[in-house]
Each structure stands twice: as structure tokens, then as C-alpha cells.
Design a protein around this ligand. Sequence first.
Ligand code: NAP
Length: 289
Amino acid sequence: MTAGTEGQRGVRLTGATLAAEIRARVSESAAALADAGRPPRLAVVVATADESTAWYVRSIAKAAAKVGITCDIVDLDPSSSGAEIDAALRRLSADPSVHGVILQTPLPPGVDFATAATAIDPAKDVDGANPGSLGRLAAGLPAFPPATAQAVVALLEHYDIPLAGRDAVVVGRSTVVGKPLAHLLLDRNATVTVCHSHTADLAGKTSRADVLVAAVGRPALIGQEHVRPDAIVVDVGTNATPDGGLVGDVDPAVQGHVAGLTPVPGGIGPVTTALLLEHTVRAAEGTSR
Ligand code: NAP
């Protein structure tokens, strides 16, 4: 299916089909690895009592089991020190039966994510958390990009949305989404603008975008005044609502005013999970991006 071509309006750019395609190839790779005596294994280090995080990590473990990847949830005390988290990440990085290591946020107060993630072996850094992975990505060297950033370009490519020569605007500059995504878009020859909380005239910048990505964490930050009619809009935001639901950063009313919009939930999220699993089998095979 294509979107972003002349005349198309309001296409829902869902992630389910692409996620299923990725999971199918991961299943094949996982079976081949198991046959070769190297069953793929992922470890997720959790150091929080936050219930929604626990739910998210369990959903990764379930998705992993379905494709033949063992997923260990390594629960640390929510008051763990940086040194304790460092030790757990180094132990898993040194364990030859573990192929992928994820450090789940939030971390205990006072523990810096990027500093802690330096303890993840880059070859097992399946969510691109080690700052060294971001550096390699920026330098065009093989590395696992953060799965969410990669999910954005994978979904755009799935829908045949051209990037070369087009204006891409990313709202958000975190090291897990905005910054790595800017590099992935540059790699595909887009002209990239990165906006953040100090950006002046946000609507003026975003309304020039052929491809607009919102990765902020603020419901309805992006409204109709932020988009042009032929834009493709990717909503990375996941914001919990008081009734237990999930909304993105883009006002759903934008849907009818653009060429295409990813839904929340059901857009980037399922592709992100599938790519984490794909990175794990690639790590077990000894390959990366
Ligand atoms: P983050 O670390 O909090 O970064 C948010 C970014 O948004 C920052 O760069 C911040 O600017 C910018 N920002 C804040 N307010 C703004 C405003 N009014 N206008 C423009 N920019 C603004 O968040 P994150 O970890 O990147 O996550 C972003 C969102 O993506 C969250 O909703 C998160 O839950 C979601 N997410 C989803 C997935 C998925 O798989 N679907 C995965 C990861 C994250 P400054 O740098 O100036 O502070």
C-alpha cells in the first residue's frame, strides 16, 4: 500500500502488517538459531515498581516467546544504585547465552540512563541505548539503532513514502528517539529539521514538513495548524489517559487534514516491539544494521 502520493487523504498508516512481516522473518531466524544450538535470548533489566512499565515489559516477553526468543525479565530493586545496575548489565553482557540486553526506563532517581547504558556490550545493545551506538549511527557505522527510531523509517518505507530530497521535521530531540531518527532520515537523504522545547514558531517549522514526526510526550501538541495538507505524519508519542487509554502527540482531528497519519495505539508501537526482536536474532547471528 502506498500513501503520500498525490490526491490521497487521511490514510491510516497502521503498523500491524509490517510488524507481522518482521515477526515472521524473526521466527524463521530464531528457529534456525535454535537448530544451530544457539537459541536467541533477550534480557530486560527493570529497576522500577511502575506498573505500566511492568505491563510493557511483560508484553515484550510474550511477543518474544511467540517468535521463539526467550526473554528474561531481570528485576532489580527500585532503589538500586547506578553501580548495581552497572553490575547487572555487565554480567548479562558477559553471558554468552544472552544475545540482547535492554535497560528499561524509568530508572531509580539519580541514575542517569546514558551513563548506565555504557555497560551494555554494543554487540548486544539491541535498543541502541549505549551512547557508543548513537555515535556509530551518526558516523554511518554498523550499530543497532533504537528500535523506535528505526520503526519510524521502517513504517515510512513500508508505505513507500519517499524520503530522499524531502523535508522531514522531527519534533523531539531525545537520545532514544529524536536524535537517532534524525540520523536515520539523513541517511535516506531527507533534509532534516529537529525541533524541541526551545524552538521558536513550531507551527512555522512543522507546516513546511513533507514528513512530520512527533516524539514529545504531550497529547495533542500537533494540531491542524502544524501540518500541510499533503504531509505524512508519524505519531511516536504515547501518553496515558486517566481512563487507562493511550493517546499520541497528534490531535486525531489532524487525520482528515493530511495525506497520512499513524494511529496511537497501533502505529509505531507494534513495529518497535517487532524490531527489538529482530535485533535480538541479528545479535545472536552476529550481525547488525
Ligand atoms: P523525552 O526524552 O521526554 O523527550 C521529549 C522531547 O520533546 C524533548 O526533546 C523536548 O525538548 C521535546 N519537547 C517537549 N515539549 C515540547 C514542546 N512544547 N515543543 C516542542 N518540543 C517539545 O521523550 P522520549 O523518550 O523521546 O519520548 C517521546 C514520546 O515518545 C513519549 O510520549 C514516549 O512515551 C514515546 N515513545 C514511544 C515509543 C514507542 O515505541 N511507541 C518508544 C519510545 C518513546 P527539550 O529537549 O528541549 O527538553
